[in-house]
Design a protein around this ligand. Structure first.
Ligand code: NAG
Ligand code: NAG
Ligand code: NAG
Ligand code: NAG
Length: 621
């Protein structure tokens, strides 16, 4: 009998035990089911039903990549930067009642907007940087009363902006930037926006009054020049009646009068407003900071010798995208009365106050040298910093070296005399920059072939220099050329010799025609691997002539010796160890000595490289 009872207990125990140990949390099952409709990604291999989703044990947390918890409960999914595609099965996620935040940013999802409305309690939805397309139905966000953040930027959505967004009570961050939304902007109920960006779309019509006080950049196309939107904060709408109503509602009769006068007396208006602002500055601290913002929201010209245009002109000018640089995208704006200008949107510069920014820009604008190309003006406002420069039509050195430039029949690439002239100009510009900015540890900081413009005579013009003090220290600067240097990768240190390293890499790129892989890497990795190491190994294996770019060798006779000398300079400049690396002065002096033609042998190179490094490495800036 006792045995029987024991057996019964055992069975009961087994049922109890195995139920618990094998019963995985329902949430885990749901997530696994959700994952099954996504494309396979190794990053999610650690999603494992045997492991608790929200485990406080530090040894096991982090096993569910991308799953976030709050107070031991599932809170969000953050599946970013994973090249995911497939189907986002919302009907599966509906079974996760505690889900509040959903991010699929920067993946490869395509197709139409998922029916997120079914997740009525969602607070944040990030679908930015994917390939979603199609129109979004007007009621797509109906009743999402908790939705605070909606980020759909950089997709391919088209059609109207869904009207259901305009009345969501909690929404304070909205970015639809970089899609193809068209038509009128719905009238959003006024609120304190933390983020509002509709730029780079195809919107039209008058901007609703509730948005009259938004930063105009939020409506710009690319990001400047939106011809089809009008009304505050952009230029007034063409129809006088609309304009009257709009201005009447938003600014009032007094401002209308000023605006009418200003139509004839533009300059006087500017003076009046400036005087008024100056007068108002005596007000309370709060009012003062408001004024400050208004003041900042203007184009600031940093060079005295250039024609002045205003922000409105810039914002309404037709524009075309030039490309996405590392600081941000750049655009060409065709001003109605003046030469075209280039506008760069500087993304990683959110940490510097207006005064500091202004001072520094004025300093850069005051630098004058035939090989330096400082900006004309800038626009500063919270999230957005625009840098405006003249447009140079002949492209940049990288385009010419790596074949993106248009090859006209007569244009067979850069020959040796041109390359020599370019590197001499770069050297001169760099020396001047180091003299003009004595207090900066990185006078240039971002020297690379795509930041060297070529004018119609193939004279180099250095751009994007001196920006290091404006970039956010914690995350902003990894993309800059200087921060790919061996000293930064190894010791998190930069110095004035770091610019010399960039010059060295540039010389090697110029001679070999190879793109330096150093600049593709996102920090980390083997220091100085890549181009410099490749050249070194190639030279060691004694096939020097073959490191040179074929385009450069065309039609040359006796210039090898000079090319080899420049190669040696490039190698001494890209030395990994800073104390072995040449100083700028010495490097540029050596470059200046080079000639277009001269007899010389490669033997000289082999005998001198290595031994000379030690002798000449004393050069210090
Ligand atoms: C899940 O985790 C358990 C326990 O750690 C392990 O034995 C099992 O192999 C894992 N399963 C998968 C599919 O990784
Ligand atoms: C995805 O990449 C962006 C940009 O590199 C970064 O800011 C973000 O933190 C990344 N997201 C995750 C979850 O790692
Ligand atoms: C997207 O993800 C890639 C890595 O997968 C990363 O290098 C890139 O910076 C990310 N872009 C954005 C805009 O977050
Ligand atoms: C999405 O999930 C639901 C519920 O589990 C299922 O019925 C449906 O087939 C799934 N859809 C796709 C396309 O996988």
């Amino acid at each position: 009998m006792a045995r029987k009872v024991d057996l019964l207990l055992l069975i009961l125990f087994l049922v109890w035990c195995c139920n618990t140990s094998s019963s995985t949390s329902p949430e885990a099952e749901i997530l696994i089911k959700f994952k099954s409709s996504l494309s396979h990604n190794p990053a999610l291999d650690n999603w494992n039903v045997s492991i608790n989703i929200c485990d406080d044990d530090p040894k096991t947390t982090g096993f569910w990549t991308g799953v976030t918890c709050k107070d031991g409960t599932l809170f969000g999914l953050r599946l970013e930067n994973m090249s995911l595609s497939g189907f986002i099965n919302i009907s599966v996620l509906v079974n996760l009642p505690s889900l509040r935040s959903l991010s699929f940013m920067n993946n490869s999802f395509h197709g139409s907007m998922p029916p997120v409305r079914e997740l009525g309690a969602l607070r944040a939805l990030y679908l930015a940087y994917n390939k979603f397309s199609g129109t979004i139905s007007d009621d797509a966000f109906q009743d999402m009363r908790s939705l605070k953040t909606l980020r759909l930027e950089e997709n391919e959505f088209r059609g109207g902006i869904p009207g259901s967004l305009s009345s969501l009570p909690a929404l304070v961050e909205l970015s639809l930037e970089g899609n193809r939304f068209e038509g009128n902007i719905p009238d959003f109920i006024p609120r304190d926006w933390k983020l509002f960006d509709l730029s780079n779309n195809k919107l039209e019509g008058s901007i609703p009054p509730g948005l009259a006080n938004i930063d105009p950049i939020a409506f710009a196309v690319s990001p400047i020049g939106n011809n089809d939107l009008c009304g505050r904060p952009l230029s007034r709408c063409k129809s006088p009646k609309k304009w009257y109503i709009l201005i009447g509602v938003t600014v009032g009769i007094v401002f209308l009068a000023i605006a009418v006068i200003s139509h004839r007396y533009r300059r006087r208006k500017a003076l009046l407003l400036a005087a008024e602002e100056a007068h108002n500055k005596v007000g309370m601290a709060k009012a003062q900071s408001q004024e400050q913002t208004e003041e900042n929201a203007k184009l600031q010209f940093v060079r005295a010798d250039r024609p002045i245009f205003d922000l409105e002109e810039l914002l309404t000018a037709p524009a075309e995208v030039l490309g996405g640089g590392s600081f941000g995208s750049s655009y060409k704006a065709l001003l109605s009365n003046g030469p075209p200008v280039v506008v760069k949107r500087l993304r990683p510069m959110r940490c510097v106050g207006f005064e500091e920014f202004h001072e520094h820009m004025k300093k850069l604008g005051s630098i004058s040298h035939p090989n330096l190309f400082p900006p004309l003006a800038f626009y500063y406002r919270n999230e957005d910093k625009l840098l405006i420069s003249e447009f140079i039509g002949n492209g940049n050195l990288a385009d010419h070296l790596h074949g993106h430039a248009q090859r006209t029949p007569g244009n067979i690439g850069l020959d040796w005399p041109t390359r020599l002239r370019i590197i001499k100009g770069v050297g001169r510009g760099l020396v001047h920059l180091h003299r003009a900015l004595p207090s900066l540890s990185l006078p240039h900081g971002h020297l690379k072939s795509s930041n060297i413009l070529l004018n119609s005579n193939y004279e180099p013009l250095l751009t994007d220099f001196g920006l290091d003090p404006l970039v956010c220290q914690d995350q902003g600067h990894q993309f800059m050329a200087a921060y790919k240097s061996p000293e930064y990768i190894r010791h998190r240190r930069i110095s004035r010799k770091t610019d010399v390293w960039s010059l060295g890499i540039l010389i090697l790129e110029l001679l070999t025609g190879k793109f330096p892989a150093n600049y593709l890497r996102q920090g980390g990795g083997a220091a100085n691997g890549d181009l410099a190491a490749w050249v070194r190994s190639a030279v060691r294996e004694e096939w020097t002539a073959e490191v040179f770019d074929g385009d450069m060798m065309k039609g040359t006779k006796n210039e090898d010796g000079e090319m080899v000398r420049l190669l040696r300079i490039g190698m001494n400049c890209s030395e990994e160890e800073e104390d072995q690396r040449w100083g700028l002065k010495e490097a540029v002096e050596k470059i200046e000595e080079l000639k277009e033609t001269e007899n010389s042998t490669e033997d000289e190179f082999y005998s001198s490289y290595g031994s000379e490094v030690e002798v000449k490495s004393v050069g210090r800036e």
